[in-house]
Ligand binder design. Structure first.
Ligand code: NDP
Ligand code: GDR
Length: 375
């Protein structure tokens, strides 16, 4: 039996980092949650397997539908069938560097994909019923125009990903103004977690540092160590996505911590978690980091061991050098209070990856090697 007062949410990108945390949050709040997942040759639901319900039980609270942001009819049909009160459009080709390799696909999925959702809501006559959250990004700010970046800061996108997201941002604003749809952009700065994709820099670092500490890997190769990012915890940020759709008026919101840190300092913090201090030498492509000291008896790495190298293959054709957001509006108008700072984020990610890599070590000792290292 469907409960008529129960809210219904549709999440695109439910198998991603944010989709997984958001699905968990909405289920806790009593929502019925529909999610769109892509067909893949291997299972891609690892992050939400703990929420899975056997579809044969009566009225499951989490229902997955096959779909793709590049398929209008599929999206329209799913929205018609599910009649959502809230749509969270999180699906995207979300890797900035990869968007330089797949610019047309990125424009299609991230830019036109957003239009497909908005147009489906309009076509189905759901303008008054369905609220829409659009996953906008601090990448819109790109080349620095103003710091800290806030809702009024001009955009200057620096990648095919950011340009596609800029279309998505403005088409969301346009549909709000043209058709009175409750459609909002959350301009979210980088947010990370133990569920972060393995090729984003923070997770790449916490995985590698865990492996280096346990003797499973010798060093990590990174790109631009000078880039500065405003890193928050994904759990805090998905809570804000929900709050944005509960506001009195549809508006656009910056979500950030207001603190910026270099990639180099993130590396140092991750190594500190296992008691290892680093010494950086050189600059640019020639920069390296060595073990300076190791205070943790479990992870005895020799002083002077080279653990970080720069590989220009990870440089981007155009880089975003500095992101730092001003979340004042969200804090003042919506009462958003993040629970994590960068130190607790690094700790959370390192604890999780150390646990994971200990399992790998155990399997390796037993003659198995299951985790891949393609990055
Ligand atoms: P992830 O890369 O972890 O997840 C992306 C999700 O989108 C996955 O579920 C993925 O499916 C799905 N997806 C990708 N392409 C398609 C497609 N063509 N059709 C259907 N689904 C697709 O991203 P995050 O969870 O980190 O981010 C969520 C959203 O927020 C994204 O739109 C991202 O651009 C944006 N964002 C993220 C920020 C961050 O710091 N994390 C900051 C600002 C914005 P699959 O699992 O099959 O790959
Ligand atoms: P970003 O995240 O591009 O900010 O996009 P990413 O973690 O990929 O890069 C952050 C910064 O680190 C530098 N960097 C490296 N990056 C990666 N991936 N790998 C490396 O080896 C490496 N070395 C240095 C990058 O050059 C960059 O400056 C993320 C995504 O989640 C987007 O979807 C989202 O919109 C933005 O955050 C906000």
């Amino acid at each position: 039996m469907t409960n008529k007062s129960q809210k219904v949410a549709l999440i695109t990108g439910i198998t991603g980092q944010d989709g997984a945390y958001l699905a968990e949050l909405l289920l806790e709040k009593g929502y019925k949650v529909h999610g769109i997942k892509r067909r893949t040759s291997l299972f891609n639901t690892d992050r939400i397997d703990h929420l899975y319900e056997d579809p044969h039980v009566e009225n499951p609270q989490l229902v997955l539908h096959y779909g793709d942001m590049t398929d209008s009819m599929n999206l329209t049909r799913i929205i018609q069938e599910t009649q959502p009160d809230e749509i969270y459009n999180l699906a995207a080709m979300s890797h900035v560097k990869v968007s330089f390799d797949t610019p047309e696909y990125t424009a299609n999925a991230d830019g036109i994909g957003t239009l497909r959702i908005l147009e489906a809501v309009r076509f189905l006559g759901l303008e008054k019923k369905t609220k829409i959250y659009q996953a906008s990004t601090s990448e819109l700010y790109g080349l620095v125009q103003e710091v800290p970046q806030r809702e009024t800061t001009p955009f200057y996108p620096r990648s095919p990903y950011a340009v596609a997201k800029m279309y998505a941002y403005w088409i969301t604003v346009n549909y709000r103004e043209a058709y009175n749809i409750f459609a909002c952009n959350g301009i979210l700065f980088n947010h990370e977690s133990p569920l972060r994709g393995e090729t984003f820099v923070t997770r790449k670092i916490t995985r590698a540092v865990s492996k280096i500490a346990l003797g499973l890997q010798e060093k990590i190769y990174l790109g631009n160590l000078d880039a500065k990012r405003d890193w928050g915890h994904a759990k805090d940020y998905v809570r804000m996505m929900w709050m944005i759709l509960q506001a009195d008026q549809p508006e656009d919101w910056v979500i950030a911590t207001g603190v910026t840190t270099t990639v180099r300092d993130f590396v140092k913090m991750a190594f500190q978690e296992v008691g290892i201090s680093l010494r950086f030498e050189g600059e640019g492509v020639g920069e390296k980091a060595f073990v300076d000291s190791c205070s943790n008896a479990e992870f005895q790495l020799p002083e002077g061991m080279e653990v970080v190298n720069v590989d220009p293959k990870y440089f981007r054709p155009t880089e975003v050098e500095l992101l730092i957001g001003d979340p004042s509006k969200a804090k003042e108008k919506l009462g958003w209070v993040p629970e994590h700072d960068l130190a607790s984020l690094v700790e959370d990610m390192m604890m999780s990856d150390l646990k994971l890599m200990r399992k790998e070590q155990y399997l390796k000792d037993g003659g198995y090697n299951i985790l891949n290292n393609f990055e």
